[in-house]
Every structure is written in C-alpha cells, then in structure tokens.
Design a protein around this ligand. Structure first.
Ligand SMILES: Nc1ncnc2c1ncn2[C@@H]1O[C@H](COP(=O)(O)OP(=O)(O)OP(=O)(O)O)[C@@H](O)[C@H]1O
Ligand SMILES: [Mg+2]
Length: 263
C-alpha cells in the first residue's frame, strides 16, 4: 500500500480540494483509495464522501484519526498512522491520501515522514513563498518555514535508506490571468525546487467547478448525463487526470482499468 501526503503551511492552497479530486480520479481508475483527513473539527472530506454516496457516485473512503489523552508527539502519531494503514491494507485499500492542515503539528510532521509521495500545494503568491523559503526578507520570514519540514523529512529518508521517495511542488489554484508577480513567484519556486530536488508540477487551475464540488460532491471528472460539456470542464478533467497519472507513475503503481476509466 502506498501513501500520498498533501501538505503546505499556508491555508487555502487547495490541499483538501486536491485530495478530493485525486481520490476520486484514482477511485475511477480502479485503485481502492482511502483519504485520511486531519481536519477533525469540520471534516470536509467526510462530508464530501457522504454527499457522493447520497448521489450514488463512487467515492474514495474517508476516515479521521482521533488520539485521546495527553499530548501525542510525532512518534505517537506515526504509530497511530501505521495502525490505520494496517487496518486499511486488511480492507484491501491500495492507496492512502493524507490531507493535512496548515500547521507545524506532530500529526502533520508524522504524515510527511510516512509518505511515499508528498505533494506540497502552493499558489502563485509571494505570501506562499514566505511560508516555504528559509529567508525572504527580514520581516517576511515565517517563524517555521516549510523548508524546515523538507529538511527534516529528507534527513529522515536518508537515515532510513528510504528509496523511491518523491516530492512534488504543485502550483495550484492558478489564475487564468498571467501576472508579472505570478511569474516571478514561479521562477523563485523553480530555483527552490532545483535546490531541494523537488519536482515542480502544474496543479488545478482556479475554476468554479472545483469551488463548488465540496458542496455538491460532484467533481469535474464525474461525467453527468444532463451536464453541458464546456471547455472549462474538459480542461479540468484533463488536468485532474494528468495529476492522477503523475501520482500513479511516481508511486510505480499499475492501473487495471485505465482503458475503462478514460474511454
Ligand atoms: N482549483 C481551485 N479552483 C477554485 N477554487 C478552489 C480551487 N482549489 C481550492 N479552491 C477553493 O479555495 C478554498 C480553499 O481550498 P481548500 O479548502 O481545498 O484549501 P486547503 O489548503 O485545504 O485549506 P486549509 O489550509 O484551510 O485546510 C475553498 O473555498 C476551495 O473551494
Ligand atoms: Mg484543508
């Protein structure tokens, strides 16, 4: 069983939306997928699963993990995650996606340490850069930049001789408008990714279809009979499927009914 962790320390970069889209795309490909959500108060993905089931749409299963008592540390969370993975594997789950929260917390660190693939979501905004990079001007530096987590995970992977570990930096919620500031953020991210051996990839463009899907449970990749097929919907389908293909390829997973899902 493989584990994909979606992370970023900046809120609203589209982690949860990406988890829902990827989970749905992989489920459509015949990969038994489970999402673990760390947002345990509002549980947006459990709601997403419920509305999909109500609408009779095939859904990835969604669970949360609740640790009671004391203040669990990274090791406690790793134990809890491993237990959850073992339970999932017994149920035939082939792929787990962990949707994390935008905070330096033990459960977020543990989720990154246990991943086979990390997908870091980032938007083309300078604020996102300040959250990631170790230094970006004296007043702008985040107290705990995401780069510290990258270092920690890399050191851990080296010590554990973990091979086949991949990391994507996913440019997400991209506007249709091209701006100078957006391009400058992208260039600086590309330099950062080159240094840290992370692959910069294109994510989900900013589209209405993604904005409403957590409410309706219907993603752009669900083919609805009564739905007019607009260009934006087709583009969303293509980018969602491309992302799913990139994830599957990086995990070295084979897909049984690729033909069926994409015919
Ligand atoms: N590609 C997209 N196009 C349009 N809207 C999007 C897209 N991705 C996310 N959104 C919207 O942006 C908001 C934040 O997205 P989301 O909840 O997925 O981010 P997040 O990183 O999980 O946030 P948090 O850090 O709070 O958990 C939501 O209202 C969502 O509908
Ligand atoms: Mg979220």
């Amino acid at each position: 069983m493989k584990v994909v962790t979606i992370g970023s320390f900046k809120g609203g970069t589209g982690k949860t939306t990406l988890a829902a889209v990827l989970g749905t795309a992989l489920t459509q490909r015949g990969i038994k997928t489970r999402i673990i959500e760390l947002e345990s108060s509002t549980k947006p993905l459990q709601r997403f699963e419920a509305v999909r089931e109500f609408a009779d749409l095939n859904s990835p299963s969604v669970r949360d993990i609740v640790l009671s008592g004391g203040q669990p540390d990274v090791q406690d969370w790793q134990i809890a995650f491993r237990q959850t993975f073992a339970d999932a594997a017994r149920e035939g789950v082939e792929l787990v996606i962990i949707d994390t929260i935008s905070m330096w917390k033990p459960e977020v660190i543990a989720a990154h340490l246990l991943a086979d693939l990390v997908i870091t979501t980032v938007t083309e905004s300078p604020v996102d850069l300040y959250q990631i990079m170790p230094s970006n001007g004296p007043n702008m530096q985040a107290s705990r930049p995401y780069s510290q987590l990258i270092d920690l995970v890399r050191r851990h992977a080296e010590k554990a001789n973990k091979d086949n570990f991949n990391w994507f930096m996913c440019l997400n919620r991209k506007s249709h408008l091209r701006t100078k500031i957006g391009e400058s953020v992208r260039d600086r991210l590309q330099d950062f990714c080159d240094e840290t051996e992370i692959q910069l990839i294109e994510g989900l463009v900013d589209r209405v279809g993604y904005r409403i899907m957590m409410e309706t449970g219907i993603t752009p990749i669900d083919e609805q009979e009564d739905q007019p097929v607009q260009r934006s919907l087709l583009a969303a389908r293509t980018e969602s499927r491309r992302l799913a293909s990139q994830a599957v390829a990086s995990l070295g997973m084979s897909v049984l009914n690729d033909q069926m899902a994409f015919s």
